[in-house]
Design a protein around this ligand. Structure first.
Ligand SMILES: [Zn+2]
Length: 78
């Protein structure tokens, strides 16, 4: 499992758990390899963890233009 370091923490990146983004997928990141403790998302475009989420379901990377639009994308995909 891939790891990245951010703010002194090691995060485990689940490459098989992704949300579609405008530039690249957002991957789910966990505190541990066993995937019990979910941390949030990691940007697949810049590999950064500086991600903002809002209650509308939007996911926005603060370090690059990658972003996931809210629900209408999901409706088209599921
Ligand atoms: Zn990014």
């Amino acid at each position: 499992m891939d790891t990245i370091s951010t703010a002194g923490e090691t995060l485990y990146v689940a490459r098989d758990e992704a949300e579609r983004g405008s530039e690249a997928p957002f991957y789910v990141a966990y505190h541990g390899e066993e995937r019990r403790d979910r941390w949030g998302y990691v940007c697949g475009n810049c590999e950064g963890a500086n991600i903002a989420m809002d209650p509308m379901g939007r996911i926005v990377c603060n370090d690059c233009p990658n972003r996931r639009k809210p629900t209408e994308w999901d409706a088209a995909h599921e």
